[in-house]
Design a protein around this ligand. Sequence first.
Ligand SMILES: Nc1ncnc2c1ncn2[C@@H]1O[C@H](COP(=O)(O)OP(=O)(O)OP(=O)(O)O)[C@@H](O)[C@H]1O
Ligand SMILES: [Mg+2]
Length: 280
Amino acid sequence: MNTETQNGALLSANLTVRYTGKPPVLRDVELEIREGEVLGLVGQSGSGKSTLAMAILGLLEKKRARAEGSIQFRNLDLLNLSERELRSLRGRTISLVLQSPLSSLNPALKIRTQLKEAWRAHAAGTGADCTNAIRACLRSVSLPDGEEFLRKYPSQMSVGQAQRVLIAMAVMHRPALLIADEATSALDVITQSEILELFRSLNRSTGTAILYISHDLASVAGICDRIAILHEGQIVECGATEQIFANPQHDYTRKLMAALPRVLPADTSPARKSEAAAAR
Ligand SMILES: Nc1ncnc2c1ncn2[C@@H]1O[C@H](COP(=O)(O)OP(=O)(O)OP(=O)(O)O)[C@@H](O)[C@H]1O
Ligand SMILES: [Mg+2]
């Protein structure tokens, strides 16, 4: 890679964010995302996870919030970019997948039209180039790439299929960073695990780094290389997934672990495993 920040970091943030007239939501948050990794960002509702995602995407101004510090992304400080520069990064170099697929898609437009718009936003080429790119990215998320599927409207798909379409749009231009903000929270458990597996396999096959945001420590455990814990506007702990589960350092992390469901037989849940290890 050409213009990385130090130590193989793709993104290095040091950030304070406040919404107008309010105390800071994020206070001197230090976060590093490494090239090609899946980093989990976990914290309870209101801890500032989406605010951090919006800061990276340069979308805070629209929400009347102000960011101070720096977000070094390769050789750019994202906080110093113009709106025009940010627009050329969003959806191409840094992309976003949100929680509710059906409300993120336009109900009035066929899937083909929406995929075409996503492609044309950052690529020039013939109609055939566009169709080939659309079909390839549908295949990459294990969706049908034929006419019948391309003619569908969002209401004619399952929620899981709609989420795959959004992920297809998000990875279409091979972003360096994909931010998934509670991207599986609205899905049933089976669909959730299929989509988690899809994120992991896209990460492995394309090298796209993923910032996987969730309030649910259990769901991040299976796919993340490292986990950062956000609590009351600060990253209180960050480390390799196994290390966080085996040896949580911060009280809040221990609380999160204690709250994990205990329904699995034969003590196979991560929390049980670490408890058992601690007791030995
Ligand atoms: N547009 C806004 N104006 C003022 N305050 C806001 C705004 N958006 C968020 N906040 C506040 O900032 C804090 C962090 O919100 P944020 O949405 O980043 O949390 P979160 O961790 O993503 O929560 P959740 O898990 O519920 O999505 C909350 O206290 C919230 O009330
Ligand atoms: Mg949020």
